[in-house]
Design a protein around this ligand. Structure first.
Ligand code: ADP
Length: 391
């Protein structure tokens, strides 16, 4: 018999699944369904990345989940799930750590959907699909916002009349599961840096930065929604709210049209007109692709400065996420104007994607630490079970 923890990360048209051993530490298999719907497909891999047989179709989240678990069961006879861990983007102010899902918790999470309309409903659909597929198995929700609940008030508040803060209009911060993993790795790899002032740059399709000291988030670039801060694959990042007012008043755009513009048609895609994918932009000879990278790099440089200011200095800059872990070019470009904060890359280490990519003489250490949000969720699910939380 194989006792295991299943991890689900449900997006609007995708479902990522990972299967860990009962301790929540050892990866057994993983999979991903993309373009869920009539065109949807599902791929499964074993722990070494070798493909496992899977039904090709993924007509719905429920079907993708059933297909994934059937594929895992074929490879791991006697598979018994002890818990399902879920990535949930928004835990609001109430949830400061992982929690076992009860009907009351589910209702609280549903009430947060208006704060993250493009993510939360899909996360909750994943929970409901897993409850239907695995009745009686504890479902554990893990939140991207929870890591940031240690922010001081000055970092969480917008300068609006006070009642808006009290009603939940505040900076929540996201990508917390990734920052949790990276700070844990930092404690293991470089405990002296974990003690210090660390800026973590999670640069993927979604991108943000976080100022961390002793494993606690002090500030982050994302705010009330996952739109703020850095420009991203298709999201605009920080924008003057006056632009939104102009689009509504003068250009007659509806809230839905503006949401579509800011979430899906902006960022690297909107600026370049070429792609949201950094690999494609790096390979392109279109000048607009180069300009989009220039803007991304400039905004990253500015926000490293802002995060360092929130910490009163910087001892380490850590890159993670698809771009942060793999793009030699973007890391080098970001660091090239940060010499004033003691950052100096060793270019051969950077090209080799070494863990430490700064030069030995640099005052500030620069690192690449691969993130693993699924592992954080598996561990958290295991810890909630062990803690005997009501399930
Ligand atoms: P998500 O935020 O959806 O989890 P990822 O963290 O996987 O996304 O990051 C996706 C981004 O990483 C894409 O822009 C992709 O082009 C970029 N990326 C992945 N590998 C490379 C690479 N070798 N060079 C440059 N960019 C890369």
């Amino acid at each position: 018999m194989t006792r295991a923890v299943l991890v689900l990360n449900a997006g609007s048209s995708s479902l990522k699944v990972a299967l860990f051993d009962a301790g929540g530490e050892r990866l057994l298999a993983r999979g991903q369904a993309d373009r869920i719907g009539p065109e949807g497909g599902l791929q499964l891999q074993d722990a070494q990345g070798a493909p496992l047989p899977a039904p090709a179709a993924a007509a719905s989240h429920q079907a993708a989940l059933a297909g994934a678990i059937a594929g895992f069961r074929a490879g791991l006879p006697g598979l018994e799930l002890i818990a399902v861990g879920h990535r949930v983007v928004h835990g609001g102010d109430a949830f400061t750590g992982p929690v076992a899902v009860t009907p009351a918790v589910l209702a609280q999470l549903e009430a947060l959907s208006p704060l993250a309309p493009l993510h939360q409903p899909h996360n909750l659909a994943g929970i409901r699909a897993a409850m239907a597929e695995f009745p009686g198995v504890p479902q554990i929700a893990c939140f991207d916002t929870a890591f940031h609940r240690s922010h001081p008030w000055v970092n969480d508040v917008f300068a609006l009349p006070r009642e808006f803060y009290d009603q939940g209009v505040r900076r929540y911060g996201f990508h917390g599961l990734s920052y949790d993993h990276v700070t844990g790795e930092l404690a293991r790899l470089a405990p002296h840096l974990w003690e210090g002032r660390v800026v973590i740059a999670h640069l993927g399709n979604g991108a943000s930065m976080c100022a961390v000291q002793r494993g606690r988030s002090v500030a982050s670039t994302m705010g009330f929604s996952a739109l703020d801060g850095l420009p991203m694959g298709t999201r605009c990042g920080q924008i003057d709210p006056g632009v939104i007012l102009y689009l509504m008043d003068q250009r007659g755009m509806t809230a839905a049209a503006i949401a579509d513009l800011l979430y899906r048609r902006s960022g690297l895609l909107g600026l370049s007109g070429v792609s949201n994918d950094m690999r494609v932009l790096e390979a392109s000879d279109n000048p607009d692709a180069a300009r989009a990278i220039d803007h991304f790099v400039f905004r990253c440089q500015r926000e490293v400065g802002a995060m360092a200011a929130a910490l009163g200095g910087i001892d380490a800059l850590v890159f993670c996420g698809g771009i942060g872990e793999h793009s030699t070019l973007v890391r080098a470009r970001i660091c090239e104007r940060l010499g004033w904060m003691g950052i100096e890359l060793d270019h051969s280490r950077n090209a080799a994607h070494a863990t430490v990519i700064s030069s030995d003489l640099a005052r500030t250490t620069v690192m690449v630490v691969p993130t693993d949000e699924e592992r954080v969720i598996a561990r958290a699910a295991r810890a909630v079970l062990a803690g005997g939380a009501p399930v």
